[in-house]
Each structure stands twice: as C-alpha cells, then as structure tokens.
Write a protein that binds this ligand. Structure first.
Ligand code: NAD
Length: 251
C-alpha cells in the first residue's frame, strides 16, 4: 500500500497524535476523514488538510456506523483506519476518597478499548469490500496502545487495562482479517508532547523528558504519524505491537 493513495479514517484526529497523523497522511497525498467528538477542532483540522470530518463518539455503535458510511461516501473507499481517540484518567484502586469509581473505570474501557474495536470492526467490514492490490492487500488498521499496557504506573489501573486490551486484541484481529487482506497493528507510544502534556509545568515536562534514555526528550507527535505511515506502506508488518518510546521503561 502507498500512503499517497490511502483513504484513511483517523479517530482522535482533532488533537495530539491523531492530528499529527492526519496532517502527515494528508501531506503525503492521502485522503483523510477525521472521526472525533470535538466539533470545534475537528472541522478546523479537516479544513486545513483538505480532508473531511465526522463528529463521532467512538464508543457509540450508531455514531461510528454513520461516520464510516460518511467517510466511505466522501473518499470512495476506506483503506486505512488509525485509532487515536482515547482518554487518560488517574485514580488508585483505593484512593484518598475510597475505592476507584467503577463508572470511571468502565468509561475508560468503553472509549479506549471498546471504541477502538468498534471503529476497527466497522472499518474492516468496508475494507473487505475493496478490490485487492496485486499482493492481496485491502487495508490496514492501526490501533494505539501505550507503554502503560506493559508498565502501568500507580493510578493507571483503568488506563493500563484498556491499553492491555488493545495489545491483546491485535493478534487475533490480524488473524481474523487475514483472509480479507487486512493487516492489524498497534503502536505503543511512550510520552509524547501532545496538548495533554504541553499543559504541564515546564519542570514536570523536563523531569519526564530526563527519564527517557535516548533521545532524552518527549516524543514528537509527528514521529507517531510517521510510524503510522510506515506501517501503512510496510506490507509485511502484521499482528504486532511497536513501542515508540526512546527506550523508556516506567517504574
Ligand atoms: N500523548 C501521549 O503521551 C500518549 C502516550 C501513550 C498513548 N497515548 C494514546 O494516544 C492516543 C491519543 O492521545 P493524545 O495524547 O493525542 O490525546 P489528545 O487528548 O490530544 O487527543 C485525543 C482525541 O480523542 C478525542 N476523543 C476522546 N474521546 C473520544 C470519543 N469517545 N469519541 C471520539 N473522539 C474522542 C478527543 O476529542 C481528542 O481530539 C490516546 O489513545 C492515548 O491514550 C498517548
């Protein structure tokens, strides 16, 4: 697959890693539809990259079905789905205010894990209808895990569980979709300079950066976007999770 001829749906494309991916894909010639719940930033970014926007809640079945239909209609086909929509919460299993609120745990799983699967399954159903490329390829799905899937920290039970689920479903999805010529990969980012991180005090940012062995800095969202683009084009990558973290292992 070539990025220049890709028609991609990118969830979370209104901000951070998804936005950087949307911009990188569009600059490389790809068609892009942003699926995001942010009805302000989403259309703005889409307009800047001459792409499309569908306001979407990834955890909602009907919302994603409508968004995928809209993306297919605008772009003619869907050949890539990049799942970047996600939320991060911090709460201990038992904290100062008592046990971890169950609804916060469930909401995190619902958006990060169920939402990723929801978009993937509906995008894959569309991809399966594509004419295959000469090597049989019909599409690629890229899910976003986190290094918290492997070394989650205090307060990350919900987030790490959701990202562990993303890691866990990558191989079986790749196996399920193999006969349709659809690959499934996951990226596990370390700490990236997205709006979430940019809001932290300078000294906290510096401390986080200092913990990264090499290079000792936070990740640039474009580095995530470029890895996603590489995965689109590298047809032998399938069923695997790639850490992109400067060798960071969280303690
Ligand atoms: N930034 C990091 O350091 C980092 C590290 C590891 C993993 N990640 C993961 O990468 C992904 C992107 O993170 P980011 O830092 O770019 O975050 P971000 O907050 O900048 O962007 C997330 C986007 O997802 C959208 N979104 C949230 N819930 C949604 C929903 N239910 N439906 C549709 N859209 C929704 C938001 O509107 C936002 O535009 C997340 O899954 C996050 O867990 C980020």
């Amino acid at each position: 697959m070539q990025l220049s001829t890709t028609a991609a749906v990118i969830t979370g494309g209104a901000s951070g890693l998804g936005e950087a991916t949307a911009r990188h894909f569009a600059e490389s010639g790809a068609q892009v539809t942003i699926l995001d719940r942010d009805a302000e930033r989403g259309p703005q970014v889409a307009a800047e990259i001459s792409g499309y926007f569908a306001q979407t809640d990834v955890a909602d079945e009907a919302s994603v079905a409508a968004a995928i239909a809209q993306a297919k209609d605008k772009m003619g086909s869907i050949t890539a789905a990049v799942n970047c929509a996600g939320i991060a919460i911090g709460a201990k299993t038992v904290g100062k205010d008592g046990p971890h609120p169950l609804d916060a745990f469930q909401r995190t799983i619902d958006i990060n894990l169920v939402g990723t699967f929801n978009v993937s399954r509906l995008a894959a159903a569309e991809m399966a209808k594509n004419d295959p490329e000469p090597d049989g390829a019909r599409g690629v799905i890229i899910n976003t895990a986190s290094i918290a899937a492997f070394d989650g920290q205090k307060g990350q039970a919900a987030y790490a569980a959701s990202k562990g689920g993303v890691v866990g479903m990558t191989l079986p999805m790749a196996r399920d979709l193999a006969s349709s010529g659809i690959r499934v990969m996951a990226i596990a980012p370390g700490i990236f300079m997205t709006p979430m991180l940019a809001g932290l005090p300078e000294e906290v940012q510096q401390q986080l950066a200092a913990d990264v062995p090499n290079p000792a800095r936070l990740g640039d969202p474009l580095e995530y976007g470029r890895l996603a683009g590489f995965i689109v084009e590298m047809g032998y990558l399938n069923g695997e999770v790639i850490r992109i973290d400067g060798a960071l292992r969280m303690r």
